[in-house]
Design a binder for this molecule. Structure first.
Ligand code: ADP
Ligand code: MG
Ligand code: ZN
Length: 489
């Protein structure tokens, strides 16, 4: 197949993407039994007759799982349905002991929501079609065991873990938008206390439905569903690859077949898993062992009341309350931890813009190479606030503040103590600055001549020399004024 360039493909075709996101709920126990819902325990230690699918065992619905699912629905502006129905989704797979998964199909828990993603300077809504509840399957163990060469194992600790599936409308138009949607959704779910958001451990899993259509055409193209996307990076890469693949198929005059494809991260390609003809007929029917799930208005109201401030609300509050640009407000509210840290710094120094700059640049930069979370840093917000106050009071220069910051990052020491110990106080003493200026001017007749000849920018050079000779500790505004005075005289 001839391969067109990415730009060429996008000039002719518009990608259309819808995501199905599975999210494990942060409950203590499973959806229909009392077994622990925990990742990383010894295989098959959190199991019982219900989640092992033994004959005669009966499911009992976990009320807290429903509350979390309702919270997720409200946080994504969905309408919770007064009655939803659990159904059996029948298929055979070794990780599914009952031979069916209890899920919701015809009548899901919630419908018709939306979340917003960044778009240009503003935001763009992405519609959510539905959210339904279901139980997770177990997990096949293919590698890492002494017996792995001969056979695979089954771990049923995950069997029966509560999930919600969040299905978007096909509103996304690029791999980048799919990434942004997933990031926004994850942030909302983590804020709402519904999910830990951990994609590596599989608590958030994503399938991507991708199609392309000639630009200008309304009708949607035939889609492929891509499974096995276990990181943000892979979601983007797999969708980008799939768009190129479909364009090559259409360009060669062939039709796209509706199918399920599997992303292979090592080979960076999607491969066909099963076509529509081979698609399962799940033979859904209502679960006879569970009554319809009836959610009262009171239950919805209680769940709504238990929601904290969500990222979108926090972002607009940050923008208005602290007079921050939208971009800053977005970065600072991406996670609750960062937002809390920022607010504590601002509260301590009374300078939101400076607090925002420090958190967005220095703190987040250092955090990137740090295994610790922002909440576990030795450098507490109150200390960073003190550092900002030292700069604002003119006690130390901005340049020195960065040095002090680097030193207290790991120690969490009081910045004032470091400044005093290391003699980093800003020099605002006119006499010593003037003496240094005189020295520099005397040693630089050429630059002085250039300045006198009318090249005003030479002033900056003199300021730089003086600052350098004074170890960055001189008050820059003062140096600037005094150099100007000296050069004019
Ligand atoms: P299924 O049950 O087969 O997964 P759904 O109708 O529930 O099918 O759709 C699943 C996902 O596919 C949704 O996220 C939806 O937005 C998306 N989708 C539907 N049609 C298309 C299309 N033509 N192109 C891209 N995505 C699509
Ligand atoms: Mg699907
Ligand atoms: Zn169990």
């Amino acid at each position: 197949m001839a391969t067109a360039t990415h730009e060429d493909v996008l000039a002719r075709y518009e990608p259309v993407i819808g995501l199905e996101v599975h999210c494990q709920l942060l409950t203590k126990t499973k959806l229909f039994c009392g077994c622990l819902n925990r990742f990383g325990h010894e295989p098959n230690t959190n199991v019982c007759p219900v989640c092992l699918g033994l004959p005669g065992a009966l499911p009992v619905l976990n009320r807290h799982a429903v509350t979390l699912a309702i919270r997720a629905a409200l946080a994504t502006q969905c309408t919770v349905q007064p009655t939803s129905i659990f159904e059996r989704k029948n298929y055979f797979y070794p990780d599914l002991p009952k031979g069916y998964q209890i899920s919701q199909y015809q009548r899901p828990l919630a419908k018709g929501g939306q979340i917003e993603i960044p778009s240009g300077d503003g935001l763009r809504p992405i519609r959510i079609e539905r959210i339904h509840m279901e139980e997770d399957a177990g997990k096949l163990l293919h590698e890492g065991f002494a017996w792995s060469d001969e056979k695979s194992g089954v771990d049923l600790n995950r069997s029966g873990v509560p999930l919600i599936e969040i299905v978007s409308q096909p509103d996304l138009r690029s791999p980048g938008e799919a990434h942004d949607y997933l990031a926004a959704l994850r942030s909302i779910l983590v804020y709402a206390g519904v999910s830990d958001g951990n994609m590596e451990e599989g608590s958030l899993r994503c399938d991507a439905n991708v199609s392309i259509r000639p630009r200008g055409r309304e009708a949607l193209g035939t889609r492929a569903e891509i499974k096995n996307l276990n990181s943000f990076r892979n979601v983007e890469r797999a969708i980008a690859h799939e768009i190129r693949r479909q364009a090559a198929v259409l360009d060669s005059g062939t039709r796209i077949v509706q199918e399920t494809r599997l992303w292979n991260a090592e080979r960076a390609e999607t491969v066909s898993m099963r076509s529509k003809e081979e698609a399962h007929d799940y033979r859904y029917f209502p679960e006879p062992d569970l009554p319809p799930l009836v959610v009262s208005d009171a239950w919805v109201a209680e769940s709504r009341a238990s929601l904290p401030e969500l990222p979108a609300q926090k972002r607009s509050r940050f923008a208005s309350e602290y007079q921050l640009p939208d971009y800053d407000a977005g970065v600072l509210t991406a996670t609750r931890d960062v937002a809390d840290y920022f607010e504590a710094v601002t509260g301590g120094c009374g300078n939101p813009k400076a607090a925002s700059n420090w958190v967005m640049t220095e703190v987040l930069r250092k955090l990137k190479d740090d295994a610790r979370t922002i909440a576990a840093l030795p450098l507490k917000p109150a200390r960073l606030a003190e550092l900002i106050r030292l700069v604002d009071a003119g006690t130390i220069s901005g340049k020195i503040a960065k040095e002090v910051f680097d030193r207290i990052w790991d120690s969490g020491e009081a910045p004032q103590a470091v400044v005093e110990r290391e003699g980093l106080l800003q020099v605002s003493d006119t006499g010593s600055i003037e003496a240094m200026i005189a020295e520099v001017v005397a040693a630089s007749p050429e630059q002085l001549a250039t300045y006198k000849a009318g090249k005003a920018s030479t002033l900056g050079w003199f300021v730089g020399q003086v600052m350098k000779k004074m170890g960055g500790r001189a008050n820059p505004q003062l140096v600037n004024a005094l150099v100007k005075k000296a050069l004019e005289s």
